[in-house]
Design a binder for this molecule. Structure first.
Ligand SMILES: *Cc1c(COP(=O)(O)O)cnc(C)c1O
Length: 370
Protein backbone atom coordinates (compact mmCIF):
# COMPACT_ATOMS: atom_id res chain seq x y z
CA UNK A 1 0.00 0.00 0.00
CA UNK A 2 1.35 3.39 -1.01
CA UNK A 3 1.61 6.20 1.50
CA UNK A 4 -0.04 9.26 -0.04
CA UNK A 5 1.43 12.70 0.54
CA UNK A 6 -1.86 13.80 2.14
CA UNK A 7 -5.07 11.78 2.30
CA UNK A 8 -7.80 14.45 2.09
CA UNK A 9 -10.52 11.85 1.71
CA UNK A 10 -9.57 10.24 5.04
CA UNK A 11 -9.17 13.64 6.72
CA UNK A 12 -12.76 14.66 5.91
CA UNK A 13 -14.23 11.15 6.32
CA UNK A 14 -13.54 11.41 10.08
CA UNK A 15 -16.22 14.10 10.29
CA UNK A 16 -18.51 12.96 7.47
CA UNK A 17 -21.70 12.95 9.55
CA UNK A 18 -21.13 16.42 10.97
CA UNK A 19 -20.06 17.82 7.60
CA UNK A 20 -23.13 16.39 5.89
CA UNK A 21 -25.40 17.80 8.61
CA UNK A 22 -23.79 21.24 8.20
CA UNK A 23 -24.20 21.09 4.43
CA UNK A 24 -27.84 20.03 4.80
CA UNK A 25 -28.46 22.96 7.15
CA UNK A 26 -27.21 25.38 4.48
CA UNK A 27 -29.05 23.68 1.63
CA UNK A 28 -32.30 23.76 3.56
CA UNK A 29 -31.84 27.37 4.68
CA UNK A 30 -32.22 28.84 1.20
CA UNK A 31 -29.51 31.45 2.01
CA UNK A 32 -26.09 30.90 0.43
CA UNK A 33 -23.99 34.07 0.51
CA UNK A 34 -23.25 36.48 3.42
CA UNK A 35 -25.52 34.86 5.99
CA UNK A 36 -25.55 33.42 9.50
CA UNK A 37 -23.03 30.64 8.91
CA UNK A 38 -20.41 33.11 7.71
CA UNK A 39 -21.12 35.51 10.58
CA UNK A 40 -20.79 32.63 13.06
CA UNK A 41 -17.59 31.32 11.49
CA UNK A 42 -16.07 34.80 11.42
CA UNK A 43 -16.75 35.17 15.16
CA UNK A 44 -15.39 31.71 15.94
CA UNK A 45 -12.27 32.12 13.84
CA UNK A 46 -11.54 35.60 15.24
CA UNK A 47 -11.83 34.12 18.75
CA UNK A 48 -9.55 31.24 17.78
CA UNK A 49 -6.90 33.65 16.51
CA UNK A 50 -7.40 35.98 19.47
CA UNK A 51 -8.28 39.05 17.37
CA UNK A 52 -11.28 41.35 17.14
CA UNK A 53 -12.23 40.79 13.50
CA UNK A 54 -12.27 38.04 10.91
CA UNK A 55 -13.64 38.62 7.41
CA UNK A 56 -14.31 35.56 5.26
CA UNK A 57 -13.19 35.90 1.65
CA UNK A 58 -12.92 33.74 -1.44
CA UNK A 59 -9.38 32.39 -0.99
CA UNK A 60 -6.00 33.09 0.60
CA UNK A 61 -4.64 35.14 -2.29
CA UNK A 62 -7.64 37.48 -2.12
CA UNK A 63 -7.23 37.74 1.67
CA UNK A 64 -3.68 39.09 1.24
CA UNK A 65 -4.59 41.31 -1.71
CA UNK A 66 -7.63 42.74 0.08
CA UNK A 67 -5.48 43.71 3.08
CA UNK A 68 -3.19 45.68 0.76
CA UNK A 69 -6.14 47.18 -1.18
CA UNK A 70 -7.79 48.23 2.09
CA UNK A 71 -4.60 49.95 3.28
CA UNK A 72 -4.60 51.84 -0.03
CA UNK A 73 -8.19 52.95 0.53
CA UNK A 74 -7.15 54.10 4.01
CA UNK A 75 -4.30 56.12 2.50
CA UNK A 76 -1.61 54.04 4.22
CA UNK A 77 -0.27 52.55 0.98
CA UNK A 78 0.08 54.05 -2.50
CA UNK A 79 0.80 52.73 -5.99
CA UNK A 80 4.46 51.84 -6.34
CA UNK A 81 5.19 51.47 -2.63
CA UNK A 82 7.55 48.64 -1.77
CA UNK A 83 6.60 45.57 0.23
CA UNK A 84 9.39 43.34 1.50
CA UNK A 85 8.56 39.67 0.91
CA UNK A 86 10.48 36.45 1.50
CA UNK A 87 12.06 35.15 -1.71
CA UNK A 88 11.31 31.67 -0.46
CA UNK A 89 7.51 31.44 -0.54
CA UNK A 90 4.52 30.35 -2.59
CA UNK A 91 3.93 32.79 -5.45
CA UNK A 92 0.62 34.02 -3.96
CA UNK A 93 2.56 36.20 -1.49
CA UNK A 94 4.05 38.05 -4.50
CA UNK A 95 0.85 38.07 -6.57
CA UNK A 96 -1.06 39.82 -3.77
CA UNK A 97 1.53 42.61 -3.86
CA UNK A 98 1.72 43.08 -7.63
CA UNK A 99 -2.06 42.75 -8.07
CA UNK A 100 -2.33 45.73 -5.72
CA UNK A 101 0.12 47.74 -7.88
CA UNK A 102 2.77 47.59 -5.18
CA UNK A 103 6.36 46.46 -5.67
CA UNK A 104 7.61 43.21 -4.10
CA UNK A 105 11.17 43.35 -2.79
CA UNK A 106 12.25 39.74 -2.18
CA UNK A 107 14.84 38.93 0.47
CA UNK A 108 16.74 35.83 1.54
CA UNK A 109 15.58 33.39 4.23
CA UNK A 110 17.28 32.41 7.43
CA UNK A 111 19.39 29.35 6.58
CA UNK A 112 18.08 27.28 9.50
CA UNK A 113 14.31 27.92 9.43
CA UNK A 114 14.00 28.88 5.71
CA UNK A 115 11.73 31.68 6.98
CA UNK A 116 12.33 35.35 6.15
CA UNK A 117 15.58 36.63 7.70
CA UNK A 118 15.03 39.85 9.72
CA UNK A 119 18.58 41.06 9.04
CA UNK A 120 17.94 40.69 5.28
CA UNK A 121 14.69 42.63 5.77
CA UNK A 122 16.54 45.40 7.57
CA UNK A 123 19.11 45.64 4.77
CA UNK A 124 16.32 45.92 2.18
CA UNK A 125 14.46 48.79 3.87
CA UNK A 126 14.65 51.91 1.70
CA UNK A 127 12.81 55.21 1.25
CA UNK A 128 9.85 53.57 -0.58
CA UNK A 129 9.43 50.64 1.82
CA UNK A 130 6.00 50.71 3.45
CA UNK A 131 5.28 47.13 4.52
CA UNK A 132 6.73 43.74 5.40
CA UNK A 133 4.87 40.60 4.37
CA UNK A 134 5.95 37.83 6.75
CA UNK A 135 5.13 34.30 5.63
CA UNK A 136 4.92 31.60 8.31
CA UNK A 137 6.47 29.10 5.97
CA UNK A 138 5.62 25.40 6.29
CA UNK A 139 3.59 26.26 9.41
CA UNK A 140 6.39 27.77 11.49
CA UNK A 141 6.11 31.35 12.68
CA UNK A 142 8.52 33.83 11.17
CA UNK A 143 10.63 35.73 13.71
CA UNK A 144 7.79 38.11 14.56
CA UNK A 145 9.41 39.88 17.54
CA UNK A 146 12.36 40.93 15.36
CA UNK A 147 10.08 41.89 12.45
CA UNK A 148 7.73 43.84 14.73
CA UNK A 149 10.69 45.75 16.14
CA UNK A 150 11.81 46.68 12.60
CA UNK A 151 8.26 47.60 11.57
CA UNK A 152 7.95 49.81 14.63
CA UNK A 153 11.27 51.51 14.16
CA UNK A 154 10.68 52.25 10.46
CA UNK A 155 6.90 52.79 10.71
CA UNK A 156 6.07 49.92 8.38
CA UNK A 157 2.95 47.79 8.16
CA UNK A 158 3.54 44.20 9.24
CA UNK A 159 1.30 41.74 7.41
CA UNK A 160 1.23 38.00 8.09
CA UNK A 161 0.74 35.49 5.30
CA UNK A 162 -0.63 32.85 7.68
CA UNK A 163 -1.96 30.53 4.95
CA UNK A 164 0.13 27.64 6.30
CA UNK A 165 0.07 28.44 10.01
CA UNK A 166 -3.45 28.34 11.54
CA UNK A 167 -2.91 27.86 15.27
CA UNK A 168 0.87 28.41 15.42
CA UNK A 169 1.57 30.46 18.54
CA UNK A 170 4.21 32.43 20.34
CA UNK A 171 3.82 33.15 24.04
CA UNK A 172 0.19 32.05 23.74
CA UNK A 173 -0.55 34.53 20.91
CA UNK A 174 -1.59 32.86 17.71
CA UNK A 175 -0.76 33.51 14.05
CA UNK A 176 -3.05 36.28 12.91
CA UNK A 177 -2.54 38.26 16.12
CA UNK A 178 1.18 38.94 15.61
CA UNK A 179 1.11 41.77 13.06
CA UNK A 180 -1.27 44.51 11.88
CA UNK A 181 -3.33 42.15 9.74
CA UNK A 182 -3.13 38.58 8.47
CA UNK A 183 -4.38 36.57 5.52
CA UNK A 184 -5.42 32.92 5.90
CA UNK A 185 -6.25 30.31 3.27
CA UNK A 186 -8.73 27.47 3.69
CA UNK A 187 -7.72 25.72 0.48
CA UNK A 188 -8.55 22.03 1.08
CA UNK A 189 -4.97 20.88 1.85
CA UNK A 190 -4.25 23.61 4.41
CA UNK A 191 -4.27 22.69 8.11
CA UNK A 192 -7.77 24.20 8.33
CA UNK A 193 -9.18 23.23 4.95
CA UNK A 194 -12.59 23.84 3.42
CA UNK A 195 -14.11 21.54 0.78
CA UNK A 196 -13.46 24.16 -1.84
CA UNK A 197 -11.76 27.55 -1.89
CA UNK A 198 -11.87 29.90 1.07
CA UNK A 199 -9.86 32.46 2.99
CA UNK A 200 -10.03 35.07 5.73
CA UNK A 201 -8.53 38.37 6.79
CA UNK A 202 -8.02 38.80 10.52
CA UNK A 203 -7.07 41.99 12.33
CA UNK A 204 -7.60 44.06 15.47
CA UNK A 205 -7.91 47.20 13.32
CA UNK A 206 -11.61 48.03 13.02
CA UNK A 207 -11.16 50.56 10.20
CA UNK A 208 -9.20 48.03 8.16
CA UNK A 209 -11.77 45.29 8.85
CA UNK A 210 -14.59 47.54 7.64
CA UNK A 211 -12.71 48.36 4.42
CA UNK A 212 -11.96 44.70 3.72
CA UNK A 213 -15.59 43.76 4.39
CA UNK A 214 -16.73 46.36 1.86
CA UNK A 215 -14.03 45.59 -0.72
CA UNK A 216 -14.88 41.86 -0.79
CA UNK A 217 -18.49 42.79 -1.61
CA UNK A 218 -18.25 45.16 -4.63
CA UNK A 219 -16.92 47.94 -2.41
CA UNK A 220 -20.26 48.17 -0.69
CA UNK A 221 -21.27 48.17 2.97
CA UNK A 222 -24.87 48.99 2.16
CA UNK A 223 -26.74 47.46 -0.77
CA UNK A 224 -26.33 49.41 -4.04
CA UNK A 225 -24.15 52.10 -2.45
CA UNK A 226 -20.56 51.62 -3.60
CA UNK A 227 -17.81 53.40 -1.69
CA UNK A 228 -14.88 51.69 -3.42
CA UNK A 229 -14.14 49.81 -6.63
CA UNK A 230 -14.33 46.49 -4.87
CA UNK A 231 -14.26 42.89 -6.01
CA UNK A 232 -16.49 39.89 -5.42
CA UNK A 233 -14.65 37.54 -3.06
CA UNK A 234 -16.75 36.07 -0.26
CA UNK A 235 -16.55 32.91 1.80
CA UNK A 236 -19.86 31.24 0.97
CA UNK A 237 -22.31 29.85 3.52
CA UNK A 238 -21.59 26.23 2.62
CA UNK A 239 -17.82 26.55 3.13
CA UNK A 240 -18.35 28.59 6.30
CA UNK A 241 -20.62 25.87 7.75
CA UNK A 242 -18.10 23.14 6.86
CA UNK A 243 -15.23 25.18 8.32
CA UNK A 244 -17.14 25.61 11.59
CA UNK A 245 -17.09 21.83 11.93
CA UNK A 246 -13.42 21.52 11.04
CA UNK A 247 -12.29 24.38 13.29
CA UNK A 248 -13.43 22.34 16.32
CA UNK A 249 -10.84 19.67 15.47
CA UNK A 250 -7.96 21.94 14.42
CA UNK A 251 -6.06 21.72 17.71
CA UNK A 252 -6.34 17.90 17.76
CA UNK A 253 -5.05 17.80 14.20
CA UNK A 254 -2.13 20.06 15.07
CA UNK A 255 -1.28 17.80 18.04
CA UNK A 256 -1.14 14.76 15.75
CA UNK A 257 1.01 16.64 13.19
CA UNK A 258 3.42 17.52 16.02
CA UNK A 259 3.62 13.84 17.08
CA UNK A 260 4.47 12.80 13.53
CA UNK A 261 7.07 15.56 13.20
CA UNK A 262 8.67 14.62 16.51
CA UNK A 263 8.94 10.97 15.47
CA UNK A 264 10.49 11.96 12.11
CA UNK A 265 12.99 14.18 13.90
CA UNK A 266 13.95 11.34 16.27
CA UNK A 267 13.96 8.59 13.67
CA UNK A 268 15.56 10.16 10.60
CA UNK A 269 19.28 10.25 11.26
CA UNK A 270 20.98 10.37 7.91
CA UNK A 271 24.11 12.38 7.17
CA UNK A 272 22.69 13.52 3.80
CA UNK A 273 19.20 14.43 4.98
CA UNK A 274 18.88 17.76 6.79
CA UNK A 275 16.01 17.96 9.25
CA UNK A 276 13.87 21.08 9.77
CA UNK A 277 14.97 23.31 12.64
CA UNK A 278 12.36 24.27 15.21
CA UNK A 279 12.72 27.36 17.37
CA UNK A 280 9.89 26.34 19.72
CA UNK A 281 7.33 23.51 19.45
CA UNK A 282 4.40 25.91 20.01
CA UNK A 283 5.50 28.01 17.01
CA UNK A 284 5.24 25.18 14.47
CA UNK A 285 2.03 23.51 13.27
CA UNK A 286 3.75 21.36 10.63
CA UNK A 287 1.71 22.15 7.56
CA UNK A 288 4.69 20.63 5.78
CA UNK A 289 7.65 18.55 6.98
CA UNK A 290 10.46 19.71 4.73
CA UNK A 291 13.88 18.04 4.66
CA UNK A 292 16.89 19.24 2.75
CA UNK A 293 19.10 16.97 0.64
CA UNK A 294 21.77 17.85 -1.94
CA UNK A 295 20.56 14.84 -3.97
CA UNK A 296 16.91 15.73 -3.61
CA UNK A 297 15.72 14.15 -6.86
CA UNK A 298 17.46 10.87 -6.05
CA UNK A 299 15.94 10.85 -2.56
CA UNK A 300 12.49 11.52 -4.04
CA UNK A 301 12.91 8.61 -6.51
CA UNK A 302 14.14 6.35 -3.70
CA UNK A 303 11.08 7.14 -1.55
CA UNK A 304 8.77 6.71 -4.54
CA UNK A 305 10.28 3.26 -5.12
CA UNK A 306 9.26 2.47 -1.52
CA UNK A 307 5.70 3.62 -2.22
CA UNK A 308 6.07 6.97 -0.47
CA UNK A 309 4.69 10.08 -2.16
CA UNK A 310 6.57 13.31 -1.58
CA UNK A 311 6.31 16.83 -3.00
CA UNK A 312 8.58 19.81 -3.55
CA UNK A 313 7.66 23.15 -1.94
CA UNK A 314 8.64 24.82 -4.17
CA UNK A 315 10.55 23.88 -7.33
CA UNK A 316 10.94 27.42 -8.77
CA UNK A 317 11.11 30.57 -6.64
CA UNK A 318 8.70 33.39 -7.58
CA UNK A 319 11.48 35.74 -8.77
CA UNK A 320 12.51 33.08 -11.31
CA UNK A 321 9.01 32.54 -12.69
CA UNK A 322 8.08 33.70 -16.21
CA UNK A 323 5.33 35.74 -14.56
CA UNK A 324 7.97 38.12 -13.14
CA UNK A 325 10.35 39.27 -15.90
CA UNK A 326 11.01 42.43 -13.84
CA UNK A 327 12.62 40.28 -11.12
CA UNK A 328 14.77 38.26 -13.51
CA UNK A 329 18.00 39.93 -12.39
CA UNK A 330 17.36 39.56 -8.67
CA UNK A 331 19.95 37.23 -7.14
CA UNK A 332 18.94 35.18 -4.11
CA UNK A 333 21.53 32.38 -3.94
CA UNK A 334 20.23 30.73 -0.77
CA UNK A 335 16.61 30.84 -1.95
CA UNK A 336 17.60 29.41 -5.33
CA UNK A 337 19.65 26.63 -3.74
CA UNK A 338 16.85 25.70 -1.32
CA UNK A 339 14.46 25.23 -4.20
CA UNK A 340 16.79 22.57 -5.58
CA UNK A 341 17.25 20.78 -2.26
CA UNK A 342 13.94 20.74 -0.37
CA UNK A 343 11.62 17.75 -0.18
CA UNK A 344 8.33 17.51 1.72
CA UNK A 345 7.60 14.17 3.42
CA UNK A 346 4.05 12.95 4.06
CA UNK A 347 2.54 14.56 7.15
CA UNK A 348 -1.03 15.04 8.31
CA UNK A 349 -3.55 14.24 11.02
CA UNK A 350 -4.46 10.81 9.60
CA UNK A 351 -0.97 9.42 9.00
CA UNK A 352 -0.65 6.18 11.01
CA UNK A 353 2.30 5.25 13.23
CA UNK A 354 3.19 2.31 10.92
CA UNK A 355 3.28 4.69 7.96
CA UNK A 356 5.52 7.11 9.85
CA UNK A 357 7.90 4.24 10.66
CA UNK A 358 7.92 3.17 6.99
CA UNK A 359 8.86 6.69 5.89
CA UNK A 360 11.67 6.77 8.47
CA UNK A 361 13.00 3.36 7.40
CA UNK A 362 12.91 4.35 3.74
CA UNK A 363 14.83 7.56 4.47
CA UNK A 364 17.40 5.62 6.49
CA UNK A 365 17.96 3.20 3.60
CA UNK A 366 18.75 6.02 1.13
CA UNK A 367 22.21 5.60 -0.34
CA UNK A 368 23.21 8.81 -2.00
CA UNK A 369 26.43 8.84 -4.00
CA UNK A 370 28.47 10.60 -1.34
C1 LIG B 1 -1.92 28.51 -0.04
C2 LIG B 1 -1.13 29.75 0.15
C3 LIG B 1 -1.60 31.01 -0.28
C4 LIG B 1 -2.81 31.19 -1.13
O1 LIG B 1 -3.99 30.64 -0.67
P1 LIG B 1 -5.13 30.24 -1.71
O2 LIG B 1 -6.32 29.99 -0.85
O3 LIG B 1 -4.67 29.01 -2.43
O4 LIG B 1 -5.33 31.39 -2.63
C5 LIG B 1 -0.85 32.12 0.02
N1 LIG B 1 0.32 32.03 0.67
C6 LIG B 1 0.82 30.85 1.07
C7 LIG B 1 2.13 30.83 1.82
C8 LIG B 1 0.12 29.66 0.82
O5 LIG B 1 0.65 28.49 1.21
Amino acid sequence: MDIPFLNLQAINARHADELKAAAARVIDSGWYILGQELAAFEREFADYCGVRHAIGVGNGLDALALILRAYKELGQLHDGDEVIVPGNTFIASFLAVTESRLVPVPVEPDSASFNIDPSAVEAAIGPRTRAIMAVHLYGQLADMPALAELANRHQLLLIEDAAQAHGAASGGRRAGALGHAAGFSFFPVKNLGALGDGGAVVTNDTLLADRVAALRNYGSAEKYRHLYQGINSRLDELQAALLRVKLKYLDEDIARRRQVALRYREGIRHPQIGLPSVAHEEQHVWHLFVVRCAQRDALQRHLQAHGIQTQVHYPIPPHRQSAYPALRDVRLPLTERLHEEVLSLPIGPVLHDEEVERVIAACQSFEGNA
